[in-house]
Design a protein around this ligand. Structure first.
Ligand code: SF4
Length: 316
């Protein structure tokens, strides 16, 4: 019998085969992000408490692991709410480690100012922290945090955690049009990331109907700019943009190459030329994709870049 607590495994570009763990009932969170795919937060809270019996979580995950044929790369806490609200998170990670599979936690980081939360996250092999804005005004606007939360202590907690953490640390920044997509705002995020030194910083955009209708992705030109602003300060920046393989409907080597590269970052004109040369294609392929509206040509600091068409897919 499969349960509601363990789900998947789902293929994930970052985590391979990831078995999801839903350790929070829908939807209890410290934030009510305007882009949340789960709709508005039903119950906002910052007190940690017990939701499910840790032994039950272990049993459910164990059952799911047994019934899954493919190898599982990660057991991932990615609930319908904020995973660190679960007061037993550290204990659950300890229990799950007996299965010999790596553990990932996708958290908004809002409780990381607490030592017990940092200690729990320390136990995971891979942690993702949300950093949508380092400016109070925009943090409030995008994440709609619980009233007592303080951005400065959250950032302090992130630094403390990052300094001590031995696992793989990544960040996620969701770009919301006209809120956190300005050059200035992105520059400030880049400054923070340069100090935090995550192994990778991911950029994403709202691609499914968001909790608040006004939360829209920025245009491609801005998404490209965001990539470069971050990349100037930290080496590993990647797009994390919900992408179903057939959106692009590519065929052949050139298209496949473009598809896999532009899923991760924009491509410089020279890189496209190289790819065309290697794959025996020519620029007519690129022009065709641009005509079909699948590829976009954009500029940053006078150089041409190519990227997938991303924006505003669900609006219409
Ligand atoms: S932190 Fe995650 S679950 Fe909570 S509101 Fe934001 S997107 Fe939704």
């Amino acid at each position: 019998m499969s349960s509601m607590i363990a789900f998947g495994p789902v293929p994930s570009r970052r985590l391979g085969h990831s078995l999801g763990i839903n350790n929070i009932p829908p939807k209890i969170c410290t934030y009510s992000c305007v882009y949340c795919q789960l709709g508005r937060t039903k119950k906002m809270q910052v007190e940690r408490r017990m939701f499910y019996n840790p032994q039950k979580i272990l049993r459910d995950v164990q059952d799911k692991v047994k019934e899954t044929r493919d190898p599982i790369d990660y057991l991932t806490f990615v609930p319908d709410g904020e995973p660190t609200l679960d007061i037993n998170l550290a204990y659950e990670i300890d229990l799950l480690k007996s299965l010999g599979i790596k553990i990932a936690v996708i958290t908004n980081g809002s409780l990381i100012w607490r030592e017990d939360v940092r200690e729990a996250l320390m136990k995971a092999d891979w942690v993702s922290l949300k950093i949508d804005s380092v400016q109070e005004e925009f943090w409030r606007k995008i994440n709609m945090p619980y009233g007592t939360l303080q951005l400065s202590s959250i950032q302090q907690g992130m630094f403390e955690f990052a300094r001590a953490y031995k696992g793989e640390l990544v960040t996620e920044t969701m770009l919301v049009r006209t809120v956190n997509d300005s050059e200035d705002g992105l520059g400030k995020i880049a400054d923070l990331l340069a100090r935090l030194k995550p192994d990778r910083a991911y950029l994403s955009i709202p691609t499914r109907p968001p909790a608040e209708e006004w939360a829209q992705p920025p245009p491609e030109k801005i998404i490209n700019q965001a990539y470069h602003i971050l990349h100037e300060r930290i080496d590993q920046v990647e797009y994390l943009i919900g992408y179903e393989g057939n959106d692009f409907a590519f065929t052949g080597n050139v298209e496949e190459g473009l598809q896999s590269i532009t899923a991760v970052h924009p491509m410089r004109e020279e890189a496209v030329s190289d790819l065309l040369a290697r794959a025996g294609g020519n620029w007519s392929v690129i022009h065709r994709l641009i005509d079909r509206g699948q590829l976009i040509e954009t500029k940053y600091k006078g150089r041409k870049f190519y990227m997938r068409r991303l924006s505003a897919r669900y609006t219409g």
